[in-house]
Design a protein around this ligand. Structure first.
Ligand SMILES: *Cc1c(COP(=O)(O)O)cnc(C)c1O
Length: 404
C-alpha cells in the first residue's frame, strides 16, 4: 500500500495558495467575505493561540468551563458581548447555524413548528430538521422586491394553532437575508409573535458586528450571528446571545448520571456539549471586538456607499437592483439582462464577466453568472467603491451597452 505521507507536498503547498483572494491588490466583493476580514490584532492573536486547545491551559479547575476562563478574558468578553447585543447572556459557538440549532433544539420539542421567513438561509431549515421541528414559511412578495410582510407572521402562527392546537415553538426572523440584502422590520415582527407568546430568534448573521443590533430594543429573545461573516473573526465562530428567560431554557446544565460510576457533569451546559470554541478562532473574535464595537457606528456611511453603487450601476442599460429600495444594507443583488445578452455570443460565455472583473482586480462575483449577481460593498473605501463602479461602466461600454 502506498504511504499517504508521500502525498505530503500536496497538502503543504496549500499553505501559500495565492488564491487571488489573499493578494492585497484584489478586492473581494463576495457577500460573505466583506465582514470577516481580520484586524491586525486578530492576526497576531491567532499566532499566539494557534496550538490545539490553547485556551484550556487557563481553565479554572473548580469551575471547569470555557466561559469561566478569566485570562485570556473570555468570561468578561461574554459579558461585554451580551451587553453589546442588548442581551443578558452570550456564548460563542462554532457557527451561526449551530447557534440556531442549539436554540431550536432547546426551545422546541420534536414535531413542533418553527415559523420562519421564506428568505431564510438554508442552514435555518437544516437546524429545524436536525432538531426534529417542522417549518411554516412566511411568504414574500416575489420579484422584484421580495418583501416579507410582518403581519404574515400572525397568519402563519394562526395556521399552526389551527393545525396543532398550540402556537409554534418559536419564530425566526432573518434580519437581513443573504439573497437580496433586505432588512425586515424585526421589532414589528417580534411584537406580533409575542402577542401569541411565541419566543423570537433574530438571525443577525449579516447585521450584528457590522451594524448596530440591540436585541432588547428589537424586543427579541435570542440573537444569533456569525463571527466569520460579520465580526472580523476567522471560522468557525458563531454568536448566541439570549435574554434571561431564554438563557434559562437554552443553557440548561447536564443532568445525566452514569449507571455504574454515578458520574455526573452538573456544571456543564448540555446543549453546548460542555465547551465550544477552545482556541484560536475564539481569540480572533475577542481581539477584533473593540474594533467591531466601534465600526458598527459607521454603518450609515456603509449604506450610503451601497446606495451610491446602486445609483451608478443602474445607469447601465438593463441593470436593475433587486430587493427593497432604497438599500438599507450593503449586500446588493443586481439584475443585468444586458450582460446576459453579451454572454450568449461571447466565446467564454458567462465567464467573460468574471474575466473582465478579475483583470481589474475585482473578485468574488460568482464565476459564470451574468443574468444577475450579488456582491457586498461593506468596508470598501470610497476609492475602491469608485473603482468598482468605473470597472462596470468600462465593461458595459466595451461590449456596446449604453451607460446613461
Ligand atoms: C451566512 C449566513 C448563515 C450561516 O452562518 P454560519 O456562521 O456559517 O453558520 C446563516 N444565516 C444567514 C442569514 C446567513 O446569511
Amino acid at each position: 500500500m502506498r504511504c499517504v505521507t508521500t502525498n505530503r507536498d500536496k497538502y503543504v503547498k496549500y499553505i501559500n495558495p495565492r488564491r487571488g483572494y489573499a493578494d492585497p491588490r484584489y478586492l473581494n466583493v463576495n457577500p460573505i467575505q466583506r465582514g470577516g476580514i481580520l484586524t491586525e490584532e486578530a492576526k497576531a492573536a491567532l499566532l499566539e493561540w494557534c496550538d490545539g486547545y490553547s485556551v484550556c491551559d487557563f481553565c479554572p479547575p473548580q469551575t471547569p468551563r470555557l466561559d469561566k476562563i478569566a485570562n485570556p478574558p473570555i468570561s468578561e468578553f461574554y459579558r461585554d458581548l451580551a451587553e453589546f447585543l442588548g442581551m443578558d447572556e452570550a456564548r460563542v459557538v462554532t457557527r451561526c447555524r449551530e447557534a440556531k440549532f442549539i436554540t431550536f433544539k432547546m426551545l422546541g420539542k420534536a414535531g413542533d413548528y418553527v415559523v420562519l421567513d421564506s428568505l431564510a438561509h438554508y442552514s435555518s431549515y437544516l437546524a429545524a430538521e436536525l432538531s426534529g421541528l417542522r417549518v411554516k414559511e412566511v411568504p414574500n412578495s416575489g420579484y422584484p422586491y421580495y418583501k416579507v410582510n410582518p403581519e404574515d407572521y400572525a397568519l402563519k402562527i394562526e395556521e399552526v394553532i389551527k393545525e396543532t392546537g398550540k402556537p409554534p415553538a418559536l419564530a425566526l426572523i432573518t434580519h437581513v437575508d443573504y439573497l437580496y440584502g433586505n432588512m425586515v422590520e424585526a421589532s414589528k415582527i417580534a411584537e406580533i409573535c409575542h402577542q401569541y407568546e411565541v419566543p423570537v430568534v433574530l438571525n443577525a448573521a449579516y447585521t450584528a458586528g457590522v451594524s448596530p443590533v440591540n436585541g432588547k430594543e428589537l424586543n427579541v429573545d435570542v440573537v444569533v450571528s456569525s463571527g466569520h461573516k460579520s465580526w472580523a473573526a476567522c471560522a468557525p465562530t458563531g454568536i448566541l446571545a439570549m435574554n434571561e428567560e431564554a438563557a434559562g431554557r437554552i443553557l440548561k446544565p447536564s443532568a445525566i448520571e452514569g449507571d455504574v460510576t454515578r458520574r455526573s457533569f452538573k456544571f456543564k451546559e448540555v446543549a453546548l456539549l460542555g465547551c465550544t470554541v477552545m482556541g484560536a478562532p475564539l481569540v480572533s473574535l475577542m481581539a477584533s471586538f473593540p474594533y467591531v464595537a466601534k465600526r458598527v457606528q459607521r454603518w450609515s456611511e456603509e449604506v450610503e456607499k451601497a446606495r451610491y453603487v446602486v445609483e451608478q450601476l443602474e445607469r447601465i442599460d438593463g441593470f436593475r437592483q433587486l430587493g427593497l429600495r432604497p438599500k438599507m444594507h450593503t449586500l446588493i443583488h443586481m439584475e443585468s439582462a444586458s450582460l446576459y445578452e453579451v454572454s450568449r455570443k461571447h466565446k467564454r460565455r458567462g465567464y467573460f464577466l468574471y474575466d473582465e472583473l478579475k483583470s481589474r482586480y475585482i473578485v468574488g462575483i460568482q464565476p459564470g453568472l451574468t443574468k444577475h449577481f450579488k456582491f457586498n460593498v461593506y468596508g470598501l473605501s470610497w476609492d475602491q467603491v469608485k473603482h468598482l463602479v468605473r470597472s462596470f461602466h468600462e465593461i458595459a461600454e466595451k461590449y456596446g451597452i449604453e451607460v446613461r
